[in-house]
Design a binder for this molecule. Sequence first.
Ligand code: UDP
Length: 359
Amino acid sequence: MHIVLISTPIGFLGSGKGGGVELTLKSLVIGLLAKGHKVDIVAPKNSKLLESSKKIKLHFVAGKEQKSWQHQDYYSLVSIPDNSLLSGMVEKAISLGEKADIILNFSYDWLPIWMTLNINIPIAHLISMGSESFVIRNLISNVYSKYPYNFAFHSKIQASDYPFIENPIIVGNGFKLSNYIFQSSKNGPLGWVGRVAPEKGLEDAAYVANALGEKLNVWGIVQDESYALKIEKLFSPGILEWKGFLETDKLQKELGTCRALINTPKWNEAYGNVVVEALACGVPVVAYRRGGPSEIIEHGKTGYLAKPDDKESLLGYLKIINQIDRKCCREWVENNASSNIFASKVVNWLNTVIKENQS
Ligand code: UDP
């Protein structure tokens, strides 16, 4: 298959601003290449991919970025700036798509989804968030009624934000396992990984670390400075250990030393890449029973699922975290979330989209 991928227009690949979509796209490309597919990737300028092959081509687009939908009001209107990066990316993808079998869109935005109705090339959409915009939700509903196979989701619980979708196509997610080294020690520190932004609920993890009298290692891009400052003021100095945004190789080395990852999203997390990355290193996860993590973590086997927003429940589970066998964590990822498994599910889905769009 020859596939044109539209990356996220929120930050270049490697910036961290695009969140999990950046790694998801890279893992998928690895899986697609291993299966012999050809991939064109349309991405913001300065984007970086670690893989190189004659079968991948990165096409750069420059332009004005837009605000991510989870940081806008749910009822905001869609606005497209002059010299829009997203419009440029969509235009480029359509011109490349003329010679390809399908366009696969990773951007959670109005324009590429609306294009499904207006061009002859099939466009499949891997939806990366729960319902974060009224206009986009309704557009998905509208397009879905004509193209019911063109949408896929990372988890069932994410798809439940779009209740008009019957039998949603769920592709999970995947990771290049050789990038993550298993670490067996159970005596390490506490960790938290994610974009530092309100929907990620860092304050609850900091509360738990504080109650245990320990510091919390925080890895990730500070997307909302005022939110980060607000949390810092809530706790005694030294509780939050800001580790910054690291590339996967360095991140996994440091994360693998942790005795637990605390994962505390306040929104319907579509999947939760960081949960699986921790498990891949053997690190059990304590998370709220909400969003993607509630489908990933096996309660009592690879971590614990606490009552949503109940910090005491999180605390209770952290006290017994060493009962988890770290090998089970790694095994879960090997059996469920390799880039090969993920690419197979995506390829099956794309074949269905191509077939159904022809008929
Ligand atoms: N991440 C990273 N370096 C860091 C912290 C985070 O590369 O120091 C990446 C991590 O690998 C993951 C992404 O940031 O792929 C966060 O994705 P997740 O699905 O957990 O949440 P999202 O940001 O998409 O809401």
